[in-house]
Design a protein around this ligand. Structure first.
Ligand code: GUN
Length: 290
């Protein structure tokens, strides 16, 4: 039995951060200032706090300025909108990221809409989503952009390939489908309500799993020789020893016998997200500097 390749997203992300660091040094020499990334964290969700700390460290490691704005979970929507208005006006800041999810009393889409699209390094603003959908220059959501980079590195030209995206979120599924379409793939968006998901996944040369359900995509669904990108990060508890571990949306061990290549969880797509965020911040800095 042949076993597929495991795509080393961690190594690819490290290389991308090195490239960004070179670009940051050149920008800083030319502009006389470092690119700046502001991260806004509301509340103290442990997972979000870990992400934000890690983002801050990597921002500094590539030579950018990192600004963190921590606000209590009780912050009112107007106060949060005022903070964003200040960051929009602040010339030291090229990128603004508001860590999601936000507390339920705050309307996420109003907050995202308040971010200057030129500083929207998450690519969540409707202006950037619309630009991506219409083939214009845009700041593109980090996770799907990272997936495309890994796919092109593995497969080269994606043109004409059959791609199935499982998941329809605004953060991953929808922009992922747009990016695959821009690469001239034939794209299907499947989701939790899709009928006969197995047979739809089975026709794909490229499977991107982003539904947030542990090991939902089974190995036998995968067409022999397909490339699989697993965006899922699900914590599961082992019934036997009670220990918890992180698994993806794909049953990786089973899938390995079918795939050409697959991203592992952890160490696949995860590390790409922050690396692309840094890249987007550099892109935004250049665009703002003219
Ligand atoms: N929460 C989980 N993923 C993301 C992301 O990519 N950006 C933001 N802002 N929040 C997130």
């Amino acid at each position: 039995m042949t076993i597929g390749k495991i795509i080393d997203g961690k190594a690819y992300a490290a290389g991308l951060r090195d490239t960004v660091a070179e670009g940051v040094a050149a920008f800083t020499a030319q502009a006389g200032r470092k690119p700046g990334l502001a991260v806004v964290l509301v509340g103290e969700d442990p997972a979000s706090s870990v992400y934000v700390r890690s983002k801050g460290k990597m921002t500094v490691a590539v030579g950018m300025e990192s600004y963190e704005f921590k606000r209590p979970v009780t912050i009112g929507q107007d106060d949060l909108l005022d903070l964003i208005a200040e960051l929009n006006q602040d010339d030291r800041i090229d990128g603004i990221l508001v860590q999601l999810p936000l507390p339920s009393h705050i309307d996420e889409s109003s907050v995202i809409a308040a971010i200057d699209p030129a500083k929207d390094v998450d690519g969540f603003h409707v202006v950037n989503a619309g630009r991506l959908a219409t083939g214009q220059e845009a700041l593109v959501p980090c996770t799907p952009m990272g997936c495309i980079m890994l796919l092109k590195d593995e497969l080269g030209d994606l043109s004409g390939l059959e791609a199935v995206v499982v998941g329809r979120s605004n953060i991953v599924g929808k922009p992922m489908a747009q990016l695959l379409l821009a690469e001239s793939c034939t794209v299907t968006i499947a989701h939790s309500r899709t009928r006969d998901l197995a047979s739809i996944v089975h026709r794909a040369d490229i499977v991107v799993a982003a539904v947030g359900r542990a090991e939902m995509v089974k190995g036998e669904w995968i067409k022999p020789g397909a490339t699989v990108i697993d965006v899922g990060i699900n914590r599961v508890t082992d019934t036997e020893d009670g220990k918890s571990r992180i698994v993806g949306d794909v049953a990786t061990a089973e899938a390995l016998a079918h795939v050409r290549a697959i991203t592992p969880v952890p160490g696949g797509v995860g590390p790409m997200t922050i690396a692309v965020l840094l890249r987007n911040t550099l892109v935004a800095a250049h665009a703002r500097a003219g």
